[in-house]
Design a protein around this ligand. Structure first.
Ligand code: GDP
Ligand code: IMO
Ligand code: MG
Length: 444
């Protein structure tokens, strides 16, 4: 493993200071286009850091004809000079990570000393994935969460319970790791058998495979908390890459239909060890409409031909699971809630090009519940499930906009749509995205 003095040397090798420390945070139910924006901003930062979630994330980056889907590796990896860090708060699946590293290397992407992994990150173990799968299979009705089955919930549960959680750094002390693993697997096997009649997992097999994978990753493993704080103290610019979206935040999202981490800005400090005061700006990422995968309330959801239109035009199929995404209108009530809880400085409106061709566009501006307008975003999923979304209708545009590179190139109605969102969100729109490619971006 690296030692502090080496990180300091390596950090200085990554040279020059550019922008301030920036957070890129999803403001809907994930898949807002965070990967594209992180890639777009990465070149102006020296470090890109993941702080939450795990391989449930799927971040797409499109560069010309090439498309990359990143799950655990930060979306700054396509820039060799950027130091990518997988932080403490990430639920780390070593198998997926190794596959991802190999996949990128096979495509000529450098993944060497430019990737660092926190020794404090909790491991997603084979029994976590199995538990996620079995629990979802056994659940019915409103108990089904529609998880990605990547073991995220069980891993974070064990972390919080403290008795069974295993951190990456522990694997490098084989004896104590073997003891803890034996104890944990025995416990898990008893539960799996009693609840699901599942066959016992083999502790030796798990031990051998974890050891082997951890050895391969050892050159990347560091005390990321120290590395990031050194970087911040040296004035190096850090880009914090959110995963999921704030409506999936464990505390502030549509509980229980959420993920198991704080994917809003609240998770940045916990998931990296970098103090809040080091964050200079927060950019919220929003689609020009709304999507959601998995179960849970979605007030602006459509079940008509417009939903099909959005899904096909926006290629709305999950980057991680391939599941078709549920589609609906832009929900300004939900987005205002997430702008506030994140304290965003500005927002990026993504996939605006997908709306081209719609005669009229709706925006949800209020929720009615039991005959009254709600004045805040409701806490209960049951309430959110029953609200009547109140829509404002604005005119659409017919022109294709994917070649627009200045705000003034956009059709008047598209400009008006953006201005209307700014007014509803009380937040400035800083970026408008008009296509998946890096270049298809308008900076206002
Ligand atoms: P993330 O999880 O937030 O990084 O988002 P995903 O990558 O899962 O999903 C966003 C999808 O939209 C990806 O397929 C992107 O390539 C694509 N995308 C991003 N921005 C735009 C855009 O402005 N227009 C279009 N048409 N697609 C976009
Ligand atoms: P990115 O980073 C969209 C959803 C799942 C499910 C719920 C819980 O690509 O935006 P989990 O496996 O985390 O226990 O599933 O959260 N979900 C996402 N939806 N984008 C994601 O990540 C997601 N990560 C988790 O579909 O509804
Ligand atoms: Mg995604």
């Amino acid at each position: 493993m690296d030692r502090p003095s080496r990180w300091a040397i390596m950090l200085s090798a990554f040279g020059g200071s550019f922008l301030s420390n920036t957070c890129v945070i999803g403001l809907q139910w994930g898949d807002e286009g965070k990967g594209k924006i992180v890639d777009a901003l990465a070149a102006q930062h020296e470090l890109v850091v993941r702080y939450c979630g795990g391989a449930n994330a799927g971040h797409s980056v499109t560069v010309g004809p090439e498309r990359f889907a990143l799950h655990l590796i930060p979306s700054g990896i396509l820039f060799e000079q950027v130091l990518c860090v997988i932080g403490t708060g990430v639920a780390l699946d070593l198998e997926t990570l190794l596959q991802e590293i190999e996949g990128l290397q096979a495509r000529g992407v450098k993944v060497e000393e430019n990737l660092k992994i926190s020794d404090r990150a909790h491991l997603v173990m084979p029994y976590h994935k199995l538990e996620d799968e079995l629990a979802e299979q056994a659940a019915s009705g409103s108990n089904k969460l529609g998880t990605t089955k990547r073991g995220i919930g069980p891993c974070y549960t064990d972390r919080a319970a403290r008795r069974w959680g295993i951190r990456l750094g522990e694997v490098y002390s084989p004896e104590s790791f073997r003891d803890k693993l034996a104890h944990t697997v025995e416990h898990k096997n008893r539960i799996f058998k009693a609840l699901y009649g599942a066959e016992a997992l083999d502790v030796d097999e798990i031990f051998a495979s974890m050891q082997q994978m951890a050895q391969r990753l050892e050159p990347h493993v560091v005390d990321a908390t120290a590395l990031l704080n050194d970087a911040a103290e040296q004035g190096r610019s850090i880009l914090f890459e959110g995963a999921q979206g704030s409506l999936l935040d464990l505390d502030h999202g549509t509980y229980p239909y959420v993920t198991s981490s704080n994917c809003s800005v609240a998770g940045v400090s916990a998931g990296t060890g970098v103090p809040f005061r080091s964050i200079d700006r927060i950019i919220g990422i929003l689609k020009a409409y709304c999507t959601r995968v998995g179960a849970g309330p979605f007030p602006s959801e459509l079940h008509d031909s417009t939903s099909e239109f959005l899904r096909e035009r926006g290629h709305e199929y999950g980057t991680t699971t391939g599941r078709p995404r549920r589609c609906g209108w832009f929900d300004a009530v939900a987005a205002r809630h997430t702008c506030r809880i994140n304290g965003v400085d500005s927002v990026a409106i993504m996939l605006l090009d997908v709306l081209s061709g719609l005669e009229e566009i709706n925006i949800v501006t209020a929720y009615r519940y039991q005959g009254k307008n709600l004045c805040s975003f409701p806490a209960q999923a049951e309430v959110l499930d029953q609200v009547e979304p109140i829509c404002e209708t604005v005119p659409g545009w017919t022109e294709q906009i994917d070649q627009c590179r200045c705000f003034s190139d956009l059709p008047a109605n598209a400009q008006a749509y953006i201005h209307r969102l700014e007014a509803l969100l009380h937040t400035q729109v800083e970026i408008v995205s008009v296509g998946p490619d890096r270049d298809a971006t308008i900076y206002i």
